[in-house]
Design a protein around this ligand. Structure first.
Ligand code: UDX
Ligand code: ADP
Length: 476
């Protein structure tokens, strides 16, 4: 390897002030007080919220985030829509824009939509006046760096753009802790002199708080692929345990006991073996579909089919849960009040992307149920948007969607109000408050026979059964 010097950094910026950009930059600002960190977004209202005095209303809810913002904002952490000025003055530019699955054209439903990445690259090209290190933070298909480089290479100037892959491994709900105490930081770069220098520069930043042995440097493609594969392996564990939950329900085995027994083997490990109604979030499904698309592209159809099955089992699990509700409620939920506990895809986040709640609720709405929805953090407008989008995907017309939204959905701020006259409660997010409910009070409000469908295995079924509730717990 060539030896190369790290570059001195005074300003860095991040394009995309979302779930990745916001928390990641807040932690970098905290750990690097001598560097000005600028978080940029073209969504003005989002930037306004990041800058608002009300720290309870930040666009991203993450435990520990608001106190970091309070500490660093205005000192060396800035939120802005001025993309031109901040690209121009930064030595390092992080790209943390959204990369959803394509909803149109070739690769529809599988490949990543790189529209935002392309736009972002063109902005960098347009506003740069000096050499830049461009860092891929968003999860991207393998070989995206090549595409970014080909856009940036179209400059008539002598500016050098060094594209580095530095995938984010934070999990929402524990992002701040994950960023401070990362299992590893992965940095992929080219083995040219300027490539090595860019990697060293980034290493120097992270090494202020991450032990050196946890900073792994690789080539660009290994780094991009490792991110997809990490998420695929994590999701595979959930689909594996969820497939066994179906078998437990048939045989009388209990999924918690099975997962404890299996996880005690050090080679397997105890983490990520909680059976649930299905995994959600912006990454798992998207990244696996990306892997499937990539494998197919290279003619590796068996590999593609293998990983695709992880997503299919997840859909099977969500559908199984929906059918359990329907079948237990005497095959009809038409005009019945049902309560939905939890909209976020997991606890401690206000993010609902790909949440199992959306899948289960949409199917219940199509069956004619009236849904009373409660979530402690997800905004009503987001819930409505999610449902509108899902109903559209089910082929519902604009008029049908608006009728369903107006007549079949009620969003509640008070959990106990949401169960009045309810036939059943479906627990879809594992929020801690759902573990400490006054079930006697809830039971009184409900229509009898009253049902609880626990998609997160958090209620004490014996206690609830004693009160009079019928309880279905996934995997038991
Ligand atoms: C994931 C990866 O964990 C993270 O490293 C990557 O950077 C982004 O994708 P995230 O999607 O934020 O993070 O949350 P994660 O904790 O992985 O949970 C994903 C989904 O799996 C959630 O819906 C969660 O409830 C579900 N899950 C997780 C289970 O159903 N069972 C488990 O045992 C663990
Ligand atoms: P993630 O979970 O990957 O962080 P989010 O959707 O939460 O995804 O955040 C991505 C952010 O990137 C959004 O706030 C979006 O407005 C912003 N964004 C996308 N493209 C651009 C762009 N070209 N310039 C500035 N901001 C952008």
């Amino acid at each position: 390897m060539l030896s190369s010097e790290a570059i001195k950094i005074s300003n860095i910026c991040c394009i995309g002030a979302g779930y990745v950009g916001g928390p990641t930059m807040a932690v970098i600002a905290k750990m690097c007080p001598d560097i000005n960190v600028h978080v940029l977004d073209n969504n003005e209202s989002k930037i306004k919220l990041w800058n608002s005095k009300d720290l309870n209303n930040l666009p991203v809810y993450e435990p520990g985030l608001s106190s970091l913002i309070h500490e660093c904002r205005g000192k060396n952490l800035f939120f802005s829509t001025d993309i031109k000025k901040n690209i121009s003055r930064s030595e390092i530019i992080f790209m943390a824009v959204n990369t959803p699955t394509k909803t149109y054209g070739s690769g529809k439903g599988m490949a990543a939509d790189l529209t935002f990445i392309e736009k972002c690259s063109r902005q960098i090209l347009k506003y740069s006046k000096s050499d830049k290190i461009v860092v891929e933070k968003s999860t991207l298909p393998v070989k995206t760096a090549e595409k970014i480089k080909s856009i940036l290479g179209n400059s008539n100037t002598n500016i050098n753009f060094e594209v580095v892959s530095n995938p984010e491994f934070l999990a929402e709900g524990s992002a701040i802790n994950d960023l401070f105490k990362s299992d590893r930081v992965l940095i992929g770069g080219e083995s040219t002199k300027s490539g090595i220098s860019a990697v060293q520069t980034l290493c120097r930043i992270y090494s202020r708080w991450i032990p050196k042995e946890k900073i792994l440097t690789t080539n660009v493609w290994s780094s991009e692929l490792s991110k997809l594969v990490s998420n695929a392996f994590l999701a595979q564990r959930i689909s594996s345990i969820n497939s066994i939950s179906a078998l437990c329900e048939k045989t009388g085995a209990d999924i918690s006991e099975v997962s404890s027994a299996v996880g005690m083997d050090k080679r397997i490990g105890k983490y990520f073996l909680n059976s649930s109604v299905g995994f959600g979030g912006s990454c798992f499904k998207k990244d696996i579909l990306n892997l499937v698309y990539l494998s197919k592209f290279y003619g590796l159809h068996e590999v593609a089919d293998y990983w695709h099955q992880v997503v299919k089992i997840n859909e099977y699990q969500m559908n199984r849960f929906f059918l359990t509700i329907l079948n237990n409620l005497f095959q009809t939920v038409y005009k019945k009040n049902l309560s939905i506990f939890g909209w976020a895809f997991k606890k401690n986040t206000n993010d609902s992307r790909e949440s199992a709640s959306i899948y289960v609720s949409t199917n219940l709405l199509i069956e004619g149920a009236i849904l009373n929805i409660y979530d402690p953090k997800v905004e009503s407008s987001k819930i409505i948007n999610d449902l509108e989008f899902a109903l559209k995907n089910h082929g519902k017309s604009k008029i049908e969607i608006s009728t369903i939204i107006n007549s079949q959905i009620k969003i509640h701020n008070d959990l106990y109000e949401s169960v009045i006259d309810s036939h059943a409660i479906a627990i879809l997010t594992e929020w801690d408050i759902f573990k400490e409910l006054n079930w006697k009070r809830i039971y009184k409000f409900m229509v009898k026979p009253a049902f609880v469908f626990d998609g997160r295995r958090i209620v004490d079924e014996f206690k609830l059964k004693k009160i009079g509730l019928n309880v279905f717990k996934i995997g038991s």
